[in-house]
Ligand binder design. Structure first.
Ligand SMILES: *Cc1c(COP(=O)(O)O)cnc(C)c1O
Length: 354
């Protein structure tokens, strides 16, 4: 047998499979179980499930740590935020995913913690904010502003201050960024997005290299019960098998569309970090122009969420909870794996209407 370490593309295909023995299925079975015969490791359906474990093994292998799956991305976020002590300070991006911002605001309003919202592109300011913090939450790129954090520098400063470092890696996926190798203690995912990839699952996950942290978080999941669904875990694992193909294709489509959008007179600003499948555009005509475009495409679906094989778009400020520092006319494009010329033709014809 080769002693070569597999590349991520190979790991995406091979990890979390049953052992190769005669008559073993190639795929992890869907094990529907609320209880198990006593005196083993699992005991009860809230404590573990072989189908969750197969997904966790695969995502853990891709991120380089031990994984726990949760009922949703936000169930993961709330479990992690619950780690901090009463009244502790949490540093977080002012443009983090709006559900994360809303959880922080809710916890702060109830006196549970203090949120220090920062511009994550201003590394000096973020480093200053780490002082006496218990947790530094990063999201990079951010949703939907697509800002990038200097993870290594911030993680080092956070650790000097005695804080844990968490990175929401939903946008980059482990194929474009592995935060655990950059100093993060924990990675969180909305597995609803690229990992599952087919707009048919809501699921979350975290990955850590810290065994003690893993045990604490596993105990929290057992206690609070924000467990993943069995079928969702199976579908996410099935989606993960093609993650590398989907990310490559979305990214090449997104790169080309970002270039063409940059030359379009209706577009005031294109935000594209240079990798991944999300492009945000700020339309010169503001909210009205953005609403017109999202109403006028036929191939692109007007829908929230992202990271699926199908291209979707939405004006983010249509949500009352979106930070008001996100431009009113910003449209987030989740670029799928369709033919790029078809995507461009549909988008360009909607832009012509402005
Ligand atoms: C969607 C999203 C979440 C929340 O995940 P759910 O699965 O919808 O609960 C968290 N972070 C980011 C960056 C997201 O895009």
């Amino acid at each position: 047998m080769s002693d070569r370490t597999w590349s991520p593309a190979t790991t995406a295909v091979t990890a979390g499979r049953p052992e190769h023995r005669p008559d073993a299925p190639l795929n992890a079975p869907i094990t529907m179980a609320s209880t198990y015969v006593a005196t083993g490791d699992l005991e009860y359906g809230r404590y573990g499930n072989p189908t969750w474990a197969a997904f966790e093994e695969a995502l853990g292998a891709l991120e380089g740590g031990r994984c726990l799956a949760f009922a949703s991305g936000l169930a993961t976020v709330s479990t992690v935020l619950d780690l901090v002590g009463q009244g502790a300070a949490v540093v977080a991006p002012r443009h983090a995913y709006n559900g994360t911002i809303m959880q922080l605001a809710d916890l702060e309003a109830r006196g549970r913690l203090t949120a220090r919202l920062v511009d994550i592109t201003d590394t000096d300011a973020v480093v200053k904010a780490c002082d006496d913090a218990a947790l530094v939450w990063l999201e990079s790129p951010t949703n939907p502003a697509l800002e990038i954090a200097e993870i290594e520098t911030i993680a080092a400063a956070a650790h000097d201050a005695g804080a844990y470092v968490v990175v929401d890696n939903t946008f980059a996926t482990p194929l474009r960024q592995r935060p655990l190798t950059m100093g993060a203690d924990l990675v969180v995912h909305s597995a609803t997005k690229y990992l599952s990839g087919h707009a048919d699952v809501v699921l979350g996950a975290l990955v850590t290299t810290d065994d003690q942290l893993y045990d604490v978080l596993k105990a929290r999941r057992d206690l609070v019960g924000a467990i993943p669904g069995t079928l969702e875990s199976w579908l996410a694992l099935r989606g993960l098998r093609t993650l590398h193909l989907r990310v490559d294709r979305s990214e090449s489509n997104a790169t080309e569309l970002a270039r063409r959008l940059g030359d379009h007179p209706a577009v005031a600003e294109v935000r594209y970090p240079g990798f991944g499948g999300i492009v945000s555009v700020v339309l010169a005509g503001g909210a009205d122009a953005a609403d017109l475009v999202t109403r006028s495409t036929s191939l692109w679906v007007h829908a929230t969420s992202l990271g699926g094989v199908e291209s979707t778009l939405e004006r983010r400020r249509r949500w009352k909870t979106e930070p008001t520092t996100i431009p009113d006319g910003l449209v987030r494009l989740s670029v799928g794996i369709e033919d790029v010329e078809d995507l461009w033709a549909d988008l360009a014809s909607a832009l012509e209407l402005i």
